[in-house]
Each structure stands twice: as structure tokens, then as C-alpha cells.
Design a protein around this ligand. Structure first.
Ligand code: MRU
Length: 370
């Protein structure tokens, strides 16, 4: 992603005085302020995942990988102390966001890589593996862009929910990636951006990305999607995913299910875009996907800039009112026209998913940096 003329990723890691420091784009400050936040220890990195300083399945996966590598660097050099520290870090990181499959997927990749190594080597290997995982997300985002490109014709009006773009998958993103590529190729595109209450990832993050990329778009209230579909103003829906079950049922940001049902009712194709690391073959169907429920305060309070330019958090509901805040919902596979992966577009069906995993050994992690 290119911000103010400079290339960025959503998360990366640097070395400072022999320590590993994770650096992230501070997402809650966007779109009002672009700032980088340093996370000096793995505990800070875990907290940044939990409190949504970083968001989006792929970026959660990359951040968790860096967090575990950071823990390896921090850990004592003796064998027992090293493994006790690393296992504690694994558990802490693994508990931060329960729905995103990429989180555990990345942690397990690092553990598999270092399992048989002595601490000194494990430290170096964990850092190399975390960098490779981060590069892989950039690579698959680009592949998803290319594989989804044929869905974006000249004049396509696409609707998306939440943020599944640059910030959510390290660089290209998943759902908007084909649109970014089509736009760069000179096709006329337009995006309906659901605001995505309660955290407003659409209004705050997706719209900011589209502004940077120069893609024409309009933010709409979450409950306006049906209105525009009914009027024939939406040609296509593409959203990201946090976990895809083995039968194609898909968990994504709360509100995605409604969009899929509305799309079916109005004859609009509904696609999911996600890398194979988001597919959980151990989860047979959507009713087995753990759904994160977040604090009711995210519903009661909203943060934005006031007329004087100051960032303020204000309450929008009556004092003491009750609220519920499920962060994700599950769209049954029958509503999904196809899943855009780094290997191509496949039907949201158990047989197609099985074939995809049988024909390759995904996810194909490319080791481009060490
Ligand atoms: O709670 P968030 O902001 O992490 O949720 C993000 C989403 O639901 C995205 O749509 C999803 O992670 C796909 S991102 C490539």
C-alpha cells in the first residue's frame, strides 16, 4: 500500500538493540491521523490484536506471527526457560481474537518450524518464518486481485462490508483487491462501502484506503444495502472472511449474512475473497465456528472528530441500557456464489474445498525473506 508516496504494510518487525520490535499502522486513529505504533514486547503485540489496534484476518495472522517471533527473541536462552516462555506466549496470542483462523494458523506454522531446534537457532528461525508469513500475505493478496479481476467489468458497482483491504491483509487485501487492480488497469469502477457498525471499519478504514487509491466510492449506512440492491445499483458483492468452514459456510464481520441474503433476494452475485489460510478444514460447518462477542461499550460509544478537530469518544445510547455485540456472523455456503482464493475461484462447497487442498499443499508459504 502506498500512503503519502511511501510503501507500507499494516504490520512489520524491526530489530532495535538486539530486541525485536513490532510496528503497526495504528488503525483506530484512521482516517483522522496516520501514525505508526511500536510494540516493544510480545505482550504489547497481543494487546494490539485484542484491542483492535490492528484488525482484519490476514493482518491478525501476520501480527501473531511477529508476536510469537518476538517472544522467541525475548525468551531465556536455556532450553526449559525458552520453551516455557514461548508456550505461554503462544497461549496468550492464541486467545486474543477467537474467530480469525489465520491467527492460530500462523502461530502453528512458527511452532512447527522451531519445534526441533535449540533456542539460539529457534530464535533466528522464528523471525525468518514470521517474515515469510508476512510476505506470503502480500503475495496471496495480489493473486486474489488477479483471480477476481474477471468479475470487475468496466462500470461494475461493487458492494463490500467491513475492511478487507490493505489494512486487513498486509498490503493488497482480499475483497477490494480485484477492484484496486481493475482501477489501476483503467477500468471504471465504483464501490458501495458499508459503514459497518459498531467499529465502523467501512467508514473509517475502507473509505480511507479508497481515497488513497483514488477509487470512486460512497459510504452507506449498514441498513441501506438492500435499498441500493433493490434499485439495481449493485452489480456484485465481495466481502472478506475470518474463518471458512470445510463445507464453505463463512464467518465474517457482523452484518455480512444479511448482505448475502439480500443479494440472493435481488439476484446479485455474492463472493467471498480469502486466502486458503482462512479455511479451517477441522471445522465441519458454520455452527462450529467460535464467534467473538466484544464489549457492549463498542455499541454504546462512538469515536470521531468534532468540529474543532479534536478526537472525541461520545455515548450514543441511554445510560445503563443493555447492548449485545457479536463481532461476526456466519453466511451459509448456499448464499455464496464463489470463493476467490489465491489459487482461483472455487464454489463454496465441501467437495471443491477438499479438491483444492488435495491438489496442492496449501497454504503455499513462499520464503522470500529471512
Ligand atoms: O473485527 P475485525 O475488524 O478484525 O474484522 C475484520 C473483518 O471481518 C474482515 O472482513 C475480515 O477479517 C477479512 S480481512 C482480509
Amino acid at each position: 500500500m502506498r500512503v503519502f508516496g511511501k510503501d507500507y504494510r499494516a504490520v512489520w518487525m524491526i530489530e532495535r538493540h538486539g530486541r525485536a520490535v513490532v510496528r503497526v499502522i495504528n488503525q483506530p486513529l484512521l482516517p483522522h491521523k496516520f501514525a505508526i505504533k511500536d510494540l516493544p514486547t510480545y505482550r504489547d503485540t497481543a494487546e494490539a490484536i485484542r484491542d483492535m489496534t490492528i484488525r482484519g484476518a490476514g493482518t491478525i495472522g501476520a501480527t501473531a506471527a511477529f508476536g510469537l517471533a518476538q517472544a522467541c527473541v525475548e525468551a531465556p536462552d536455556d532450553g526449559r526457560g525458552f520453551w516455557a516462555y514461548v508456550r505461554r506466549a503462544y497461549d496468550t496470542l492464541n486467545k486474543t481474537r477467537p474467530t480469525a483462523n489465520d491467527l492460530k494458523h500462523s502461530l502453528d506454522k512458527i511452532m512447527a518450524r522451531i519445534r526441533d531446534l535449540p533456542p539460539a537457532q529457534a530464535k533466528r528461525a522464528a523471525v525468518a518464518e514470521a517474515r515469510a508469513i508476512s510476505d506470503w500475505y502480500v503475495h496471496v493478496g495480489e493473486r486474489i486481485a488477479r483471480n477476481g479481476l474477471r468479475l470487475i467489468k468496466n462500470g461494475t458497482r461493487m458492494l463490500t462490508h467491513c475492511n478487507a483491504g490493505w489494512l486487513a491483509l498486509q498490503d493488497w487485501g482480499s475483497a477490494p483487491a480485484p477492484v484496486y487492480l481493475a482501477h489501476r488497469k483503467g477500468r471504471r469502477v465504483f464501490v458501495w462501502v458499508d459503514e459497518t457498525r459498531p467499529r465502523c471499519q467501512g467508514a473509517q478504514l475502507t473509505s480511507w484506503e479508497m481515497m488513497q487509491e483514488g477509487v470512486p466510492h460512497a459510504i452507506i449506512p449498514d441498513n441501506a444495502a438492500g435499498f441500493f440492491m433493490q434499485r439495481g445499483e449493485v452489480d456484485l458483492v465481495i466481502t472478506g472472511a475470518d474463518r471458512i468452514a470445510a463445507n464453505g459456510d463463512t464467518a465474517n464481520k457482523i452484518g455480512t449474512y444479511e448482505k448475502a441474503v439480500l443479494a440472493r433476494e435481488n439476484g446479485v452475485p455474492f463472493y467471498i475473497a480469502a486466502p486458503t489460510s482462512t479455511i479451517d478444514l477441522n471445522c465441519p460447518s458454520g455452527d462450529r465456528i467460535p464467534i467473538e462477542e466484544r464489549s457492549a461499550d463498542e455499541v454504546h460509544f462512538i469515536t470521531g472528530r468534532d468540529e474543532t478537530g479534536r478526537l472525541r469518544r461520545v455515548r450514543i445510547s441511554p445510560e445503563h441500557a443493555r447492548a449485545r455485540n457479536p463481532a461476526f456472523d456466519v453466511t451459509p455456503a448456499r448464499y455464496i456464489t464463489g470463493i476467490i482464493t489465491e489459487h482461483g475461484i472455487i464454489p463454496a462447497r465441501a467437495s471443491a474445498i477438499r479438491r483444492l487442498f488435495a491438489s496442492r499443499r496449501p497454504p503455499l508459504v513462499t520464503r522470500r525473506s529471512a
